[in-house]
Design a protein around this ligand. Structure first.
Ligand code: ATP
Ligand code: MG
Length: 304
């Protein structure tokens, strides 16, 4: 029987769906946390120790969560994902895709570089310059959003609508990520588009209680039909630019009907989306994942 490592500290609903779906295809999914993994640079041991896979590495690794921690700990966790990939184990999404998207500054940079519509953003540590950027935007009539560099399901985001609001202007862990606020019209909403293997499989409109449209912040979800090709293509282009197996793309439509990408999630939840689509998202993910995982996995004990 094939064995899959699902990396998570909190399997919950998503872990259960993945486990059931893998089982339906003859694979056993085992949950494990990156906090319990280690690199072994000794010839008699597997180079990466994953609890439950001490004898043989898994046939694939599905990443459902990278725990927080010190910079050193997070670098080690990503290093473990990189090492697994170097050993020939398919890692979904891989460590590089996670790195590129967990950092909102790098996501914005790569989107802009690829010519994909995304709001103007500035990422810096200098407080004085950050404040003068915010002042300039406000004087030009734009509101500004500041966000923690690492995703937070809507937590920690602040909006500055006037120079007076800048009384509370501050960094997040020493970094300013500032993005121009996009007005989406009378009722706040944005779109979450789920892309697997380069194609949009489902999308929803998220209608927030406040200007934050995260499901975690109480937004309700409405289905979106995929005939809106501009929306789907923008999401697909964004995922291609970031080179990911799958992703949840947050897109906003401004008052003039123009779409832009707010951010991309490399470990997106899909419970809310599953509630408004007929498509079985776990099935689609597992199907695509296994098309990579059935590649032969070298089980050599030597570091490669
Ligand atoms: N520039 C913006 N203009 C308008 N609304 C925004 C803007 N940035 C963020 N928002 C609103 O805030 C929500 C959360 O922002 P964003 O998706 O960037 O961070 P996050 O959801 O906290 O991060 P993650 O999804 O990685 O946990 C968006 O879904 C959107 O509703
Ligand atoms: Mg988001």
């Amino acid at each position: 029987m094939g064995r899959i490592a699902v990396i998570t500290d909190d399997p919950g609903w998503h872990g259960k769906r993945l486990r059931e779906t893998f089982a339906g295809r003859g694979f056993e999914a085992r949950f494990l946390s990156l906090t319990a993994c280690q690199l072994n640079l000794h010839e008699d041991e597997l180079p990466v120790l994953l609890p439950g896979f001490e004898e043989r590495l898994p046939d694939g690794v599905f990443v459902r969560g990278v725990p927080g921690g010190t910079l050193e700990q997070v670098v080690l966790y990503l290093g473990i994902l990189h090492a697994l990939k170097l050993l020939g184990v398919p890692v979904y999404n891989d460590g590089h895709a996670i790195e590129r998207t967990v950092d909102k500054g790098m996501t914005s940079y790569l989107l802009k570089r690829a010519g994909i519509a995304t709001p103007p953003a500035w990422v810096l540590t200098d407080a004085e310059r950050a404040r003068s950027i915010a002042e300039r935007e406000l004087r030009q009539g734009h509101s500004v959003v500041s966000k923690p560099l690492f995703g937070s399901q809507g937590a920690g985001l602040r909006r500055y609508d006037s120079l007076k609001d800048l009384a509370g202007f501050s960094d997040d862990d020493g970094v300013f990520y500032l993005q121009r606020y996009i007005h989406s019209g009378d009722s706040a909403h944005d779109f979450r588009v789920f892309v697997i293997a380069g194609k949009t499989v489902a999308a929803m409109k998220r209608c927030g209680v406040t200007w934050l449209n995260n499901v975690h912040q109480g937004a309700h979800c409405e289905p979106v039909h995929l005939e809106d090709l501009r929306l789907c293509r923008l999401a697909e282009d964004a995922v291609r630019a970031l080179d990911m197996n799958y992703a949840g793309v947050d897109i906003i439509r401004d008052e003039h009907g123009r779409y832009s990408v707010l951010e991309i999630n490399s470990i997106p939840a899909w419970k809310g989306l599953q509630g408004v689509t007929e498509i079985d998202i776990a099935e689609r993910l597992v199907e695509d994942f296994l098309s990579h995982a059935t590649l032969s996995v070298p089980q050599s004990l030597r570091v490669q």
